[in-house]
Design a protein around this ligand. Sequence first.
Ligand code: SAM
Length: 445
Amino acid sequence: MLTVFQDGPGRDRAATDGGAAQSQPRSAGPAAPGTAVRPAIRPILITCPKGLPPFLQEEVRQMGFPLRATGEAFVETEGTLADTLRLNLWLRTGHRVLYRLAEFPAASPDELYQQVTQLPWEEYLEPDSYVRIGASVHSTACRDDRFASLKCKDALVDRMRQRCGRRPDTGAEYRGASIFLFWQGFRCSLYLDTTGESLARRGYRKIPLSAPMQESLAAASILATGWADNGHFINPMCGSGTLAIEAALLGLRRAPGLLRRHFSMLSLKGFDPRAWAALRAAAEAGARPALAHRIIATDIAPAAVEAARKNAAAAGVERHIEFSVCDFAATPIPPGGGVVFLNPEYGERMGDAAALEPTYRRIGDFFKQQCQGYTGYVFTGNLELGKRIGLRSTRRIPFFSSTIECRLLAFQVFAGTHRPLSVANTQERDSRSAPSTTDGPAAGP
Ligand SMILES: C[S@@+](CC[C@H](N)C(=O)[O-])C[C@H]1O[C@@H](n2cnc3c(N)ncnc32)[C@H](O)[C@@H]1O
């Protein structure tokens, strides 16, 4: 049987069955053997947090997908529904992989209902399944996300009842299939959300502690350093261990999606478990058994190191990270160079900014005195505190941690040639750069 995942007749029928409501897919290539139908390609929108599109874009490009568009918090590519499996398995910096089913005008909730009933939901959903319908509305036609998703839900279940005699259950949980509506002005885009719970939730953070870095942000900030097991990765102030764990996953070329059990795509009609199992098996087989360099993670708080160790065990990388409890300045720095990456508190959520000044000063001293031959990185949401480091930053890469604007500051620490920085002399430009592709091998498959 051909299924929507195999891009067979069901999908091409879907392209015409809904009339004007459907977005027209392109063909992905030659017809599948024994059929006259060719795989269909549709736009795929990958959402991410603000600040991450340059990194997500690079990941998408390295996976061989074309770039159609990029925005403040998304990257758009195109592909088949089967391609979404690979994206969900491998992306480190994306949050949701949305496969576009239709685009249509709607000037009212009733028009939305009419359009959504025309879509061939029975080709994507089992009648006895469970579906979540989310919406993001920026329109004078409807001011309430919940009302828009309710209208979508009514249209979808009415269509399913009419075609199948039964309808799926619906609700707010991510435990089945997932649909997402963007309604901007009078234009609607309707997607199959193939991900469900954000990809940032890898599933390994069993003990988050306070102020942990989001996993996708940690991955992007490591990609920004160009680290890919091409030197040691030293992470003093490791907290719950997110940076060290993401570095280990990246260095070992492990697909982050291997850690998750649930993806909404697994509940779509026609999902092929064998194709998914084969992709996972290939990803597992392609991972490296060991790192060529060391990952060292330390924290002054024993509870943090304990949590980081447990989280690393949940991620399956505990044996690749050397953990210990110590002040950051006592972290062992092995010869050979690499990256020293600190994410100190910055006074927004924990601690007080003024009280943190001596810590930032000491970070500068630590870089100068102990990290020669390394590149030092400080991820902070307080640029004033960043200046207390007292070294000239060579790059300032903008990020956001939820709504807080942050910078990843880079400090090149050459043996004996550090240049001290006067506090006033900080007029360097932000560097909005994509991850380096020359610093190391690809992060993905
Ligand atoms: C913002 S948290 C790091 C969060 C981490 N990136 C994560 O994802 O969980 C800062 C960490 O620095 C640690 N810390 C504060 N002062 C320190 C010091 N002098 N030496 C070592 N660690 C310190 C704290 O215990 C805390 O775990």
